[in-house]
Design a binder for this molecule. Structure first.
Ligand code: XUL
Ligand code: CO
Length: 438
């Protein structure tokens, strides 16, 4: 097999002082942090669509990068060249997982039967490439947002015919995920929402989405899929309003329709900020509900109101992410770089720089999060902050046995409320800085 990324060596850990551009400064796969290797804490994944398909096209201009990999685009030769490029790329970086949509791995045909045939062929080829490597599939999904047939939604479509196409794509993508040994299956509802309530029956659409998910779970389990299904919340874009607005909304939806045993969240950093939350907030809400499954690791831009899908470099954010992940006992999924090079970063080398940046940002975040936990001051503060609930009355409140009248009587006995204690936010932020830079 001819080398595609010529002049790019295997990327190695060289330490933070190295001046070598193509090297890890923080990601040291075998380094043990809190009893586990970095590579186990951080199961990184390559996103097929951004890395092997996206070439810099935006609303105002065409491709800037060449992702033909020496084959003609739109052909099965090109699909195979992308597989070759993807495996060489992952091997050079030591990435052990990949994520894909059905239409990332083959050119979509007019007829869905032909698309399915192509998908069978390419997944045979991917399986061949996987054998003899330790590269695995993290999750698969069906793209139910690009094709014009989904302009009115997929699971939320107003047409039974379109709904059938969504079902067919999910069925096939589940079969492919099982064939490739995928750990998870994602639902990202890009077209599951509305532009205007003037033409939309929200309850009807949500029931249909839930039914489609239920059928997916039933079918997936029947063909041996034992992994997690994920909802990937996002509040908007492409739709004005998307039903899976944020983790709290998606978890409520899953519980309402009895899907919560089979689903977890796939939390994307940039989606969190679009919803007006921090990344950490979305992770915390998922974790406390037992639904922290997987992560789409990227970063938004606070000055821009859309999903910029940048490679993460904000170490505060990755630290607080890893703080949540460590406290939750790790992920069942992994860290998928749902991120793309900026349009002017258009060379093969830039693809490597992007992943090196992302992997180093999360490695550094892991190191700092472990230090924060080992330091213990934040935990001790939180523990102390709620300590009044350890008295008899507090215990009765916590166990759900107190009555409103009893508590009111207590307040009346006190007459005026004792001065509440400070939340010490600025002090706690200075502890974070001490651990980050001290
Ligand atoms: C879109 C997005 C998707 C999902 C998979 O914002 O994040 O790429 O991750 O469909
Ligand atoms: Co994503």
């Amino acid at each position: 097999m001819a080398e595609i990324f010529k002049n790019i060596p295997e990327i190695k850990y060289e330490g933070k002082n190295t001046k070598k551009p193509l090297a890890f400064r923080y990601y040291d796969a075998d380094r043990v942090i809190m009893g586990k290797k970095m590579s186990e804490h951080l199961p990184f994944a390559m996103a097929w669509w951004h890395n092997l398909c996206a070439a810099g096209t935006d609303m105002f201009g065409r491709d800037t990068a060449n992702k033909s990999f020496s084959a003609e685009k739109g052909t099965m030769e090109h699909a195979k060249a992308k597989v070759d490029a993807g495996f060489e790329f992952m091997q050079k970086l030591g990435i052990k997982y990949f994520c894909f949509h059905d239409v990332d791995i083959v050119p979509e045909a007019e007829d869905i039967n032909e698309t399915s045939r192509r998908l069978d062929e390419i997944t045979d080829y991917i399986l061949e490439k996987m054998s003899g490597t330790d590269i695995k599939c993290l999750w698969g999904t069906a793209n139910m947002f690009s094709n014009p047939r989904f302009m009115n939604g997929a699971g939320s479509a107003n047409s039974v015919d379109v709904y059938c196409f969504a079902a067919a794509q999910i069925k096939k993508a589940l079969e492919l995920t099982v064939k490739l040994g995928g750990k998870g299956y994602v639902f990202w509802g890009g077209r599951e929402g509305y532009e205007t309530l003037l033409n939309t029956d929200v309850k009807f659409e949500q029931e249909n989405i839930a039914n489609l998910m239920r059928m997916a779970v039933e079918y997936g389990r029947s063909i041996g899929f034992t992994g997690d299904f994920y909802i990937e919340p996002k509040p908007k874009e492409p739709m004005k309003h998307q039903y899976d607005f944020d983790a709290a909304t998606a978890i409520g939806f899953l519980r309402q329709y009895g899907l919560d045993k089979d689903f977890k969240m796939n939390i994307e950093a940039n989606h969190a900020t679009l919803a007006g939350h921090t990344f950490q907030h979305e992770l915390r809400i998922s974790a406390i509900n037992g639904m922290l499954g997987s992560i789409d690791a990227n970063q938004g831009d606070y000055l821009l109101g859309w999903d910029t899908d940048e490679f993460p470099y904000d170490v505060y954010e990755s630290t607080m992410c890893m703080y949540e992940v460590l406290k939750a006992g790790g992920l069942t999924g992994g860290f998928n770089f749902d991120a793309k090079n900026r349009r002017p970063s258009n060379t093969y080398e830039d693809m490597f720089h992007a992943y090196i940046l992302g992997m180093d940002t999360f490695a550094l975040g892991l190191i700092k999060a472990a230090e924060l936990i080992e330091d213990g001051e934040l935990d001790a503060f939180v523990e102390k902050r709620y300590e009044s609930f350890k008295n008899e009355l507090g215990k009765r409140i916590r166990s759900g046995n107190a009555t409103l009248a009893e508590l009111a009587a207590e307040a009346e006995k006190m007459g005026s409320c004792p001065t509440p204690a400070s939340g010490r936010q600025e002090y706690l932020e200075s502890i974070v800085n001490r651990v980050m830079f001290g």
